[in-house]
Write a protein that binds this ligand. Structure first.
Ligand code: SF4
Length: 232
């Protein structure tokens, strides 16, 4: 085979690979939008493969077709939630951990930082205390962490089978990928950032297995403020 022929074949292979990746990214975006908008999950393994292998490229592709690149993380979290939902529910709370981000805490928080994360003083100024107390009452180990480096320590030092995490979509997606050998569920923040963030408390409690009465309007829409409800 001459050099000219070799380069021609090589060029054709590269061209076909490029087209295949574009088709894969387009399909994943369409299927991901179906999942987000219509709650229909199709080809979950394909979606997870594309997001994990072509993460940066997929974000650029989304931007170039006029879609906010956050959708990549959103699809990742939604797919992993759906895939793991049933098995997560079957695992007993004693084998689960709840991981909360420190950015949910009140500006006047008195919690101290230790090697496993923040130690909440239950001052009732923010929702962390509510979620921590309910989680521990159910049997969860609860961690309030300032960053993903703490996640590594938690995995090394504790035994558990499933993880319920709260974070922004990007951190959740990446953490759920890293912790894929566990059965993960994630609740995205309603408002992200470094401080003063918000989460749908009810969504977290529901993932923890707390059942709400249908008629209890007080339970709806609780975010970072401590929930006063007694019916949890
Ligand atoms: S309840 Fe919130 S503000 Fe109070 S100590 Fe715990 S984390 Fe800090």
């Amino acid at each position: 085979m001459s050099f000219a022929e070799f380069y021609q074949i090589f060029g054709q292979i590269v061209f076909l690979a490029g087209i295949s990746i574009l088709v894969l990214l387009s399909m994943t975006l369409i299927l991901g939008q179906k999942l987000i908008n219509e709650d229909r999950l199709m080809f979950p393994r394909l979606l997870i493969f594309t997001i994990d292998v072509f993460y940066g490229l997929f974000k650029k592709f989304a931007e170039n077709v006029g879609v906010d690149d956050k959708i990549v993380d959103q699809i990742g979290v939604e797919v992993r939630n759906k895939v793991n939902e049933k098995i997560f529910q079957r695992i007993r709370p004693q084998d689960k951990i709840l991981v909360l981000p420190h950015c949910l805490r009140n500006a006047e928080c008195e919690a101290t930082l230790e090697s496993s994360g923040l130690v909440c003083k239950n001052c009732n100024r923010c929702v962390i205390g509510v979620l921590k107390n309910k989680g521990e009452e159910l049997g969860y180990q609860v961690f309030i962490i300032p960053g993903s480096t703490f996640l590594k320590k938690i995995v090394e030092k504790n035994r558990f089978k499933a993880v319920l995490g709260v974070a922004c979509y990007q951190d959740l997606n990446l953490a759920m990928n890293k912790l894929s050998k566990f059965h993960c569920q994630g609740v995205p923040l309603l408002r992200d950032g470094c401080v003063n963030t918000k989460v749908d408390t009810r969504a977290v409690l529901e993932k923890m297995g707390v059942e709400f009465g249908k008629s209890n309007k007080l339970n709806k829409g609780c975010t970072t403020e401590p929930c006063t409800k007694k019916t949890l």
